[in-house]
Design a protein around this ligand. Structure first.
Ligand code: OSB
Ligand code: MG
Length: 362
């Protein structure tokens, strides 16, 4: 297969309601839509960059890396498969979201060419994917309890609360007061240090499924120190960039669970690698999200269809956070909190050009 051209389109989608994490409150979602034109068809992917709050990648760095480094390394030549693409861009250090945006589009082309649904081509074994909801920091506890109620009624199988200093122990205590038995977890997005050990010892008493990324976004060592003092499993998100960091984290006992976000680790090829590693070591995994559009969620759904993804995922239907979506049909979740995988060749969804035009920023 030969890649002729790669195109990036910047999109900005308004959120239905603000989304707040320990790194900020957001009202809109800016992402990069990636189109890869090959001699065997066109594929689409997305880079769900967040600005330098979550990681160093931004809309501008993703476009820059794709146009000025990835495209020259992979266009106008034969690409034998995904692994060949991974090899050809491996000289670029980091910039996993930029790399994965193009990788996703290539998976789309290869799945179309094989006449297989993407999740089947990847080796997925599931027909439906369990969903959890991620609920941001709210203005008040009352507002939070209202959000939880609404989302449980929609069918989500677990609730993840964003926490930060000042919005942690009391909040979890009150949520547990109203919902004694729901599958509940928290995500700190690196808002604490080991000096906050007492916060985690207090959280340890609430029967949480896990505490996601409590400490530094690059850290493995301090997480291993924290994990040995807690019953609750630590789940790493930001700190895991690659199969190598995943292996180091497992060997250091920095976590018992890994949140695999395909864009954060450079795409679906590395997703399979980390999946296999976690299966081997008995580490639980689930697929995280970056407030992707429906398009980004399709790649996450394929990841979550792999055997060892055994916990509810941060994969939401269209309409969870956005009023409109850029794919058609929209992604739907049933009342039991499952998204059914489609069995059409390729992604199974089409780009909605009218919505893309509506949200394009240039
Ligand atoms: O840390 O998991 C995270 C959203 C944006 C950036 C980081 C995170 C999140 C979420 C939302 O928690 C998950 C989702 O719905 O995509
Ligand atoms: Mg997280």
């Amino acid at each position: 297969m030969r890649i002729d051209r790669i195109e990036c389109i910047a999109l900005s989608l308004p959120l239905k309601r603000f989304f707040e994490t320990s790194f900020g409150r957001f009202f809109e979602r800016e992402i990069v839509l990636v189109k890869v034109f090959t001699n065997e068809g066109t594929g689409i992917g997305e880079c769900p960059v967040f600005g330098p709050f979550y990681s160093y990648e931004t809309l501008e760095t993703a476009r820059h890396i794709i146009h000025d480094y990835i495209a020259p390394a992979v266009t106008q030549q034969e690409i034998s498969g995904i692994e060949d693409y991974i090899d050809k861009v491996s000289f670029i250090r980091g910039h996993n979201m930029a790399k994965s945006g193009v990788e996703f589009a290539l998976w789309d082309v290869f799945a179309q060419k094989a006449g297989l649904a993407l999740h089947k081509l990847l080796g997925g074994v599931k027909s439906k994917i369990p969903c959890g909801i991620s609920i941001g920091v709210q203005n008040s506890i009352e507002e939070l309890l209202e959000e939880i109620k609404k989302n449980l009624e929609l069918g989500y199988q677990r609730v993840k609360l964003k926490i930060q200093p000042g919005w942690d122990i009391k909040v979890v205590e009150q949520v547990r007061g109203s919902y004694e038995n729901i599958p509940l977890m928290v995500d700190a997005n690196s808002a604490y240090t080991l000096a906050d050990i007492e916060v985690f010892k207090a959280l340890d008493k609430f029967g949480l499924m896990m505490i996601e990324q409590p400490l530094g976004h690059e850290d493995l060592y301090f997480h291993s120190q924290l994990q040995r003092q807690l019953e609750t499993p630590i789940c790493l998100d930001e700190s895991i960039h690659s199969p190598e960091t995943a292996e180091a984290a497992i060997k250091m006992d920095s976590c018992r669970i890994i949140n695999i976000k395909p864009p954060r680790i450079g795409g679906l090829f590395h997703t399979v690698k980390i999946h296999d590693l976690c299966l081997h070591h008995g580490i639980d995994i689930w697929c995280g999200g970056m407030l992707e559009t429906g398009l980004g969620r399709v790649f996450n759904l394929a990841a979550a269809s792999l055997e060892a993804f055994n916990l509810p995922n941060d994969i939401m239907p269209s309409g969870a956070y956005f009023a409109g979506d850029i794919i058609s049909p929209g992604i739907a979740m049933d009342k039991d909190g499952y998204i059914r995988l489609l069995d059409k060749p390729g992604l199974g969804y089409e780009l909605d050009f009218e919505m893309v035009r509506k949200y394009a920023t240039e």
